[in-house]
Design a binder for this molecule. Structure first.
Ligand SMILES: *Cc1c(COP(=O)(O)O)cnc(C)c1O
Length: 474
């Protein structure tokens, strides 16, 4: 490359102003913010100039002005598309992990979504009692629904379960000691760790027992002047099996009565309907745990309950009243859209059978195996017809889904999957390309095949997935 070439090429390169006058760019300017388009054009021109100066591309030698203009506009258009695209966007979950924390956990029911829409678009009586015209509580409907569904004396809802645990500890045990079994010092993804939440709350952690065994007497021996509470944490995302002994909530309640100490149970993923008849592990419902007599129970809104992100606290009025007065409650309160979604979700539970068919999380978890098989066959046929047999092979197979969200870690749910073996590209590359697509599709790679689990895919997504795969394999 010589200087002449570089100079000649630079003369051919359109200026930013020239590009901005191009018809395609003026169209972009009508649709998108001016600053975004200008920035994209500047960057595209600068990029092209850099390439010329680096003499990187030999075939550029004879490029004409229109060719440069075309390339710059193409690059700018791609950059504009990237920058106006929202960062948070739809993902199709074909992983079979029903409560996928990275993918936003629970999907809301139709009713919950409608309720969110209404309060998002309109004024509402969030903190107004329409009967009296006086100030009302944003929690009032949630409190009465939670009390009637769980049998608790009172309830409170905060931002998430981590906040619920923090608030409960800070209210009932600040500056004093809380006794927990060494087998229950849970870490949830995203750095929620019981010892750290405890430290934040101002309560002091007293560990008792060993990882695999904690006896009631271990708690009794640790109780002293400074003890404020006995805490039971559901080991929601792991299991200790083999030579084990856990002190149950009801045993803790007994000890609590002996020593006049409150007992709290952090359930993590609490749920209101028993799903064991659908082959899920038998775990106690919130109602059953409350029946054992603890003073405070906390659980998440967006785990097995299948609602919005929230932390639900149910239990004795004495403690809940105190929590409501804690200034921390204001800092971790829920917004109106969460109130709306949670109220609608809880209303579904007034008819438990309907809840199972209406709440997406429950519907996916209890989906009939035969239905999954049938859907897998339909999906495989559709994939074949859209993509064509030459580009990939599609096989319906047995698979295993997971509950996810740190709940029921040992539950393997038999499912039906479609395994895609792409031609000329590895399953890993197909997986990565689908993840970057629009909409993004998330699948699992197994034995160099991309596995798509029907449990978390809905019928309306078949075509979108097929087109996304076709885009990659074309
Ligand atoms: C998931 C979980 C939490 C945290 O709940 P978030 O709603 O995610 O804040 C706390 N404790 C246990 C036992 C959990 O399983």
């Amino acid at each position: 490359m010589n200087e002449n070439y570089i100079e000649k090429s630079l003369r051919q390169l359109p200026s930013v102003d020239e590009v901005l006058r191009d018809g395609r760019v003026t169209e972009m300017l009508k649709k998108h913010p001016r600053s975004v388009v200008i920035e994209a054009v500047r960057a595209a021109v600068a990029g092209e100039r850099k390439e010329i100066l680096a003499c990187g591309v030999t075939e550029q030698q004879d490029q004409k002005k229109e060719e440069y203009l075309y390339r710059v506009v193409e690059k700018a258009a791609a950059a504009v598309r990237r920058s106006v695209r929202p960062n948070l966007r739809r993902v199709i979950n074909a992983t079979g992990v029903v409560l996928h924390t990275n993918l936003g956990r629970a999907l809301l029911s139709d009713r919950a979504r409608e309720a969110v829409n209404i309060v998002a678009a309109n004024y509402s009586n969030l903190e107004l009692d329409l009967d009296t015209g006086r100030r009302g509580s944003r929690y009032s409907a949630l409190e009465s629904l939670l009390s009637s569904l769980t049998g608790a004396e009172d309830a409170l809802v905060v931002n998430n379960n981590a906040a619920a645990v923090l608030l409960a500890l800070s209210t009932a045990a600040k500056g004093r000691e809380v006794i927990v079994s060494r087998g229950q010092l849970v870490e949830i993804g995203g750095s929620f760790r019981i010892p750290e939440v405890m430290a934040q709350s101002g309560a002091r952690l007293v560990e008792v027992g060993s990882t695999n065994k904690t006896h009631p007497d271990d708690y009794r021996r640790a109780i002293g002047e400074e003890t404020a509470m006995l805490l039971h944490v559901h080991t929601s995302n792991y299991r200790i099996i083999g030579f084990t002994r856990e002190t149950s909530v009801s045993e803790l309640v007994e000890i609590g009565r002996e020593y006049k100490l409150p007992v709290m149970s952090d359930l993590g993923s609490g749920f209101l309907v028993d799903l064991s008849r659908f082959g899920l592990p038998q775990e106690p419902t919130v109602q059953e745990v409350l029946g054992a007599g603890p003073d405070i129970v906390t659980f998440s809104g967006d785990k097995l309950l299948g609602g919005p992100q929230a932390g639900i606290i149910v239990g004795r009025r004495h403690y809940i009243e105190k929590m409501k007065k804690n200034p921390l409650t204001r800092a971790i309160r829920i917004d109106k859209m969460t109130v709306a979604a949670l109220e609608a979700t809880l209303r579904e539970y007034l008819d438990p059978e309907k809840a199972i068919s209406e709440i997406p999380t429950l519907k996916m978890l209890t989906e009939d195996r035969e239905v999954l098989d049938k859907r897998a066959c339909e999906f495989a046929l559709l994939l074949e017809s859209v993509i064509g047999k030459g580009k990939a092979e599609f096989k319906v197979e047995d698979g295993l889904s997971a509950v996810g969200g740190g709940a029921m870690p040992t539950a393997d749910l038999p499912t039906a999957v479609v395994a895609v073996s792409p031609q000329g590209i590895s399953a890993g590359d197909l997986q990565a390309a689908l993840r970057r697509g629009e909409p993004a599709v998330m699948g699992r790679v197994q034995e160099d095949r991309l596995v798509l689990d029907l449990r978390t895919i809905c019928d309306t997504e078949y075509q979108l997935i097929a087109e996304a795969i076709l885009q990659v394999l074309k």
